[in-house]
Design a protein around this ligand. Structure first.
Ligand code: MSP
Length: 702
């Protein structure tokens, strides 16, 4: 089968228009900005290779108080300031191999004219009105504060400068009148906001009355903005200007897909979770008032955290500079890390050691090894020319081919669902399957016996083709290194037609070999078994599901507890090479050999406790089988889950990391319904698939 382009049922090409937030031009780009942009770039490239026509928009947000102030400080005009500063983003994206189709700046005349056109339209329709507003105004913070927000000295709570009573006319957009329409839209589009727990958050927000939105600032206070077309003494509020960039790129700049189709509506707005309300409440109501269709989806990703729980920010001085990493370790290693280390939606902790470990294990070891082995063996035994299959395919070879075909199918299915880290994991399972195949077939031994040359040829052919396919599939993530690796195999990646088994034919002349990702030779610590937990306020039963850190783990060693007849001492792989010791009362239920290599679900942030002298770092989940015999059945995770994958209750956003006590866990009850594990109505899932347990319905899970 050869792949073609992706078409809709009406025969049109399938489209993918993705946007990043437009970044505040004043900020120095950091890893948080790089993440969204790399995510957009990789998703665009993945859609391209599965046959979509794509458009990728990014840019800078250039109006507002901060810009005006920074320019004044540098004694340049705001325009000069932004003309100089936006390059920091544009340059970084070039260095990171970002292939955006357009870079929009909100100071571009076309965008400004479009914003004014929209404001005029809303004014003419009566969707905007003016009103006097009175309140406590802080000159330091340049905004109004409620009486109850002020400190005891009548100062604002942020800059602690005195506030003054101010009466001011402003313009308001009738956002509140769209509340019901937005609720109806959300209810009929449950996948409009991804992940689902962010949908819940917005649905919850809309249970409170929705206020109208102040969309103006008097020019006397802020001059660096787009003037209101119906009142020259005012400029528009920065979000009203910024959000419209997503449509103005299409309408005012006439950007289209290659076949001429307009790019709006966007397929995905990628945003950080901190700007969810502006994108899922302000933005859709603005569009409804303007009679413009809504974007198809909003995807809110989590934050990169540092020190086990702090948000990265300039003021905290803990910012990771992407440039440093790329210069030292290469662009593709950095792209790979960003894309694979964060499960889209959840927060991820950035540590230097975690970076080194991931690059060394996935890229230097797994991918690098398999490529070098195949390359070297073909060079040494077939004069650098790939042999064709010469012996019948055995089970081991067929297994590699089956995995390769499964991976292609899954990538096709998961890319449109933007399950990026899962897509990458899936491709890496193919890479690892080739390494296993090589271990089993030991071609270096076959090479010593001339009678086995045909078998050697077959092993090398199958391996080379699987590595070729892996590199083609990884091209969206590591575009330069993937092509370099393919050149070593006498191949290259051109388009989606290369994404099938059987492109190499034999006879390909291998290119020069070099380590694609040299091992990073730095001493790194093993991951901390448990991040320093923050001790927050006590948990209520309603908080517990979000606070539980449950992860897939795999049992590596099983030993009897020296001092307790019912306990095993297990060594488990909790993901990213983290080994933990768990004492578990499974002896009545499982023989040691039944547990070896078994995947289990670990309760990872349970306070460690000593069980008869041995520290147990967490607990395992199991359903009750027979209360009298004290037997149980371990819960099962989906087949494709890997150590480290997080289990979440459907629709519940994980909360900040913290340590839980057994008595916290006892506030809730887990039980089995229809074979799946639930906490009341909340289903427990790993990567969107249910966690199951083979015990009778209604039985508890402990
Ligand atoms: N200008 C607005 C967006 C307007 S879009 C119409 C803005 N800009 S920003 O530069 O402050 O932030 C841009 C994005 O970077 C946001 O999505 C924000 O969540 C993201 N990040 C900033 N710090 C982050 C991390 N530490 N981790 C991940 N992303 C975070 O908001």
């Amino acid at each position: 089968m050869r792949l073609g382009l992706a078409f809709t049922k009406f025969g049109h090409m399938k489209n993918f228009y993705v946007t990043t937030p437009i970044y505040y031009v004043n900020d120095a780009p950091h890893i948080g900005h790089s993440y969204t942009t790399v995510l957009a770039d990789i998703l665009t490239r993945f859609h391209k290779i599965i046959g979509y026509q794509t458009f990728f928009l990014t840019g800078t947000d250039e109006h507002g108080q901060k810009v005006q102030r920074a320019a004044a400080k540098r004694e340049v005009s705001p325009q000069e300031h932004v003309d100089e500063y936006y390059h920091r983003f544009e340059d970084l994206w070039k260095k990171m191999d970002i292939e955006n189709d357009f870079f929009i700046r909100t100071t571009m005349p076309e965008h400004k004219a479009y914003v004014q056109e929209c404001l005029q339209k809303l004014w003419d329709k009566g969707e905007i009105y003016s009103k006097e507003y009175e309140g406590w105004y802080s000159v330091g913070e340049e905004r109004f504060f409620g009486e109850d927000e002020l400190d005891e000295n009548k100062c604002d709570p942020i800059s602690h400068r005195p506030v003054e009573w101010l009466k001011e006319k402003n313009y308001f957009f009738k956002m509140g009148s769209y509340q019901q329409k937005l609720i109806d839209y959300l209810e009929s589009h449950k996948d409009w906001i991804v992940p689902d727990y962010r949908w819940n958050e917005i649905r919850g927000f809309l249970r409170q009355p929705l206020n109208d939105l102040c969309i103006s600032r008097p020019k006397a206070r802020l001059s660096w903005g787009i003037p209101l077309p119906f009142d020259e003494d005012y400029v528009t509020y920065v979000w009203f200007d910024a959000l419209l960039n997503y449509v103005s790129a299409s309408t005012a700049f006439h950007k289209t897909y290659k076949d001429g189709t307009p790019i709006w509506p966007a397929t995905y707005h990628l945003i950080g979770k901190d700007i969810l309300t502006t994108h899922s409440v302000y933005w859709p109501t603005m569009l409804m008032a303007l009679d413009i269709p809504l974007p198809k989806h909003i995807l809110a990703h989590g934050w990169w955290l540092v020190n086990g729980g702090d948000k990265m920010s300039k003021s905290a001085g803990n910012v990771v500079n992407p440039m440093d990493y790329m210069e030292k370790y290469g662009v593709d290693a950095f792209r790979y890390f960003l894309a694979s280390a964060m499960v889209v939606g959840q927060d991820a902790n950035f540590t230097h050691d975690g970076f080194v470990r991931r690059i060394n294990s996935d890229l230097a070891n797994d991918l690098g090894n398999v490529l070098n082995r195949v390359h070297r063996l073909v060079l040494n035994n077939f004069e650098g020319k790939l042999p064709a299959i010469a012996a019948p395919l055995d089970d081991a070879a067929n297994e590699v081919i089956t995995i390769a075909k499964r991976v292609i199918t899954n990538v096709m299915e998961w890319v449109p669902q933007v399950k990026l880290s899962q897509v990458i994991d899936e491709i890496m399972t193919l890479v690892r399957s080739v390494n296993r195949y090589l271990e089993v077939k030991a071609p270096w031994k076959l090479a010593k016996d001339p009678a086995l040359k045909d078998e050697l040829a077959t092993v090398l052919f199958v391996s080379a083709e699987a590595v070729r396919l892996s590199l083609c599939l990884l091209w969206p993530v590591i575009p330069t290194k993937a092509q370099e690796g393919l050149a070593m195999l006498g191949s290259k990646f051109t388009d989606q037609n290369d994404l099938v088994w059987g492109i190499l034919k034999g006879g390909e002349v291998f290119g020069e070999g070099k380590p694609l990702f040299p091992r990073i030779d730095e001493e790194v610590k093993k991951p901390e078994p448990q991040q320093k937990p923050k001790q927050n306020k006590p948990l209520t039963a309603a908080d517990v599901p979000a606070a539980m850190d449950m992860r897939v783990a795999q049992i590596k060693e099983v030993a009897d507890h020296p001092d307790a007849t019912s306990l095993y001492v297990l060594k488990i792989d909790a993901g990213e090479g983290e080994l933990r010791t768990i004492c578990s009362g499974l002896k009545n239920s499982y023989k040691a050999e039944e547990l070896q290599d078994k995947k289990i679900l670990l309760f990872a942030n349970l306070k460690p406790s000593a069980l008869r002298g041995i520290m147990s770092q967490g607990m395992l989940f199991a359903g009750d089988l027979d209360a009298e015999a004290h037997t149980c059945k371990l819960v099962s995770v989906p087949d494709d889950a890997k150590p480290g994958d997080r289990a979440l209750f459907k629709g519940v956003a994980p909360s900040e990391p913290r340590e839980l006590k057994v008595k916290d866990f006892e506030k809730i009850a887990l039980s089995v319904k229809g074979g799946a594990v639930f906490c009341d109505a909340l289903a427990l899932e790993v990567n969107g698939k249910p966690v199951t347990c083979d015990v009778a319905d209604g039985n508890g899970v402990h």
